[in-house]
Design a protein around this ligand. Structure first.
Ligand code: PLP
Length: 413
C-alpha cells in the first residue's frame, strides 16, 4: 500500500457543474461582444422579492433577545425548537388531516442539505431511482457516496434508474420495470413545473409498500400549488406514512433562499432493513445522523420561520407567491402567443417549454441570448430527458418579466 492521503474517487465520476458555469461562460462571451445589451435573466431558481414584514419584525425581535443575558440563546435542540415544530404541524399538516408527532419533524438549514444528506443513512447497495429531468442534488449525492457506476455517454450514471418525464407521458413517471429500493420524487417538479394527482402519487406509495422501498418526496414548491386536486403532501395518500420522507423548505415559500430554513418529516412508522431482515426506524437513524453532524438552525432564523405562520405572515407570503405566479402566467401566455408548446407554470414557478423541432436545448439557449438577450436554462442540463426543453423561471421582477415577454415577439423561430 502506498502511504499518502487518498481521495474519495467517487467524486471523480461527477462531470463537474457544467450547466451553470457553461451558462455563465456563454453569457459573459456575449456581453463582451455586446456591451450595451440589456440581458434579462429568467434562468435562476432564486427569489427576488424581499422577506415579508412579519418575518423582518420577528428577526429584529429575536436579535434583541440575543443581546440580553436573560433571553440569550446558545446551542438549541439539533432537531429544531419546539415553537417552530408545533407551528409546522399545526399549519402545514393538521388542516389536511395529517397526524404528525413533534419528534417526526427535523428543522434544518435547507432542503438541499437534507435531500443531499438523507442518503447517508441507507446502505450502499440500494438501487436508486430518479425522475429525468431532475434536481441534480439527488443524483450527485448518491454518486459521491458510491451508489452508482461511471458517468456514461448521454448523461446517465451506471446503476442508477432513470424515470423519463417528457411530453409523451405528460411528465408523469412510470413505475420502474426493475425493482428499485429508494425513489426520489419532487412535485411540483423542478424543472418541469408539473405535478402528480393524488391517484398518480398513490401508485408510487403502493409500489413502495409492496416492494419495501422508500420514497424521498421533495415538496419544496408546495406553496405554489393552485389547482384543487393536486396533493400538497405525500401523506395525503393513505399508507404514505409507512414509506415516505417529506422535504419542505421556507426558501421559495417565504423567500428564505439566503436566510436558510427548511424541515424534513420522518414518520416513525417508516422502516428499512438490515441484511438480516431486521427493521429499523429511519427516524432514529436520521436523529442520530443529525445530532452527530448538525447543530441546529440559528434561534433567530427559527423565529423568522415561525413568523411565516402568523396571520400577517401568511397573508404577506401569499402576496409574494401570487406575484411570482402572475409572472408565470405572463411568461406562459407570452410563449404560447408566439406558438411554442409550454408546460408547467400553473402549480409551480417554473415554465418548461418545448424547443421548436430540431432545435436542441443549448441551441435554443443561444437563440434566446443572441436574438432577444434573455437567459434561461437548457433542459438538457437537468438530465438526458430534458433535451429539447428549456426552463424559464417566474422569480424575476414584473418589469423584467414583461420586458422579456415583449421581446419574445422578436424571436425568429
Ligand atoms: N429541492 C428542489 C427541488 C429545489 O429546486 C431546491 C432549490 O432550488 C431545493 C430543494 C433547495 O432548497 P433549499 O434552499 O431549502 O436548500
Amino acid at each position: 500500500r502506498l502511504f499518502m492521503a487518498f481521495i474519495n474517487e467517487n467524486y471523480l465520476k461527477l462531470p463537474g457543474s457544467y450547466l451553470f458555469s457553461e451558462i455563465a461562460r456563454r453569457v459573459n462571451c456575449f456581453k463582451q461582444e455586446n456591451p450595451d445589451a440589456k440581458i434579462i435573466r429568467l434562468g435562476i431558481g432564486d427569489v427576488t422579492r424581499p422577506l415579508a414584514p412579519a418575518v423582518i419584525d420577528a428577526l429584529h425581535k429575536a436579535v434583541d433577545e440575543m443581546a440580553k443575558e436573560e433571553t440569550f440563546r446558545g446551542y438549541g435542540p439539533e432537531q429544531g425548537y419546539q415553537f417552530l415544530i408545533a407551528k409546522i404541524i399545526e399549519n402545514d399538516y393538521a388542516p389536511r388531516g395529517i397526524k404528525i408527532d413533534e419528534d417526526e419533524v427535523f428543522v434544518s438549514d435547507g432542503a438541499k442539505s437534507d435531500t443531499g444528506n438523507f442518503q447517508e443513512i441507507f446502505g450502499l447497495d440500494n438501487k436508486i431511482a430518479v425522475t429525468d429531468p431532475v434536481y441534480p442534488v439527488y443524483v450527485d449525492s448518491n454518486v459521491m457516496a458510491g451508489r452508482t457506476g461511471d458517468y456514461l455517454e448521454h448523461g446517465y450514471f451506471e446503476k442508477m434508474t432513470y424515470l423519463p418525464c417528457t411530453a409523451q407521458n405528460n411528465f408523469i413517471p412510470e413505475l420502474p420495470k426493475e425493482k428499485v429500493d429508494i425513489i426520489y420524487l419532487c412535485f411540483p417538479n423542478n424543472p418541469t413545473g408539473m405535478t402528480l394527482s393524488k391517484e398518480e402519487l398513490k401508485k408510487w406509495v403502493d409500489y413502495a409498500r409492496k416492494n419495501r422501498a422508500i420514497i424521498l418526496f421533495d415538496s419544496a414548491y408546495e406553496a405554489f400549488i393552485r389547482e384543487k386536486d393536486v396533493p400538497h403532501s405525500i401523506y395525503e395518500v393513505e399508507g404514505a406514512d409507512e414509506v415516505a420522507i417529506e422535504f419542505r423548505s421556507f426558501s421559495k415559500t417565504a423567500g428564505f433562499t439566503g436566510t436558510r430554513c427548511a424541515y424534513t418529516v420522518v414518520p416513525k412508522k417508516v422502516v428499512a432493513y438490515t441484511k438480516n431482515g431486521e427493521a429499523y426506524q429511519l427516524n432514529s437513524l436520521w436523529n442520530r445522523r443529525q445530532t452527530t453532524k448538525f447543530n441546529g438552525v440559528p434561534y433567530i432564523i427559527q423565529q423568522a420561520a415561525a413568523a411565516v405562520y402568523t396571520p400577517e405572515g401568511q397573508k404577506q407570503i401569499k402576496e409574494t407567491i401570487d406575484y411570482y405566479m402572475d409572472n408565470a402566467k405572463i411568461i406562459k401566455q407570452g410563449l404560447e402567443d408566439i406558438g411554442l408548446t409550454v408546460f408547467g407554470g400553473v402549480n409551480a414557478p417554473y415554465i418548461w417549454l418545448k424547443t421548436p423541432d430540431g432545435v436542441s436545448s443549448w441551441e435554443f439557449f443561444d437563440i434566446m441570448l443572441k436574438e432577444i438577450n434573455v437567459v434561461g436554462t437548457p433542459g438538457s442540463g437537468f438530465g438526458p430527458s430534458g433535451e429539447g426543453y428549456f426552463r424559464l423561471t417566474a422569480f424575476g421582477s414584473r418589469e423584467n418579466t414583461l420586458e422579456a415577454v415583449e421581446r419574445f415577439k422578436n424571436l425568429k423561430l
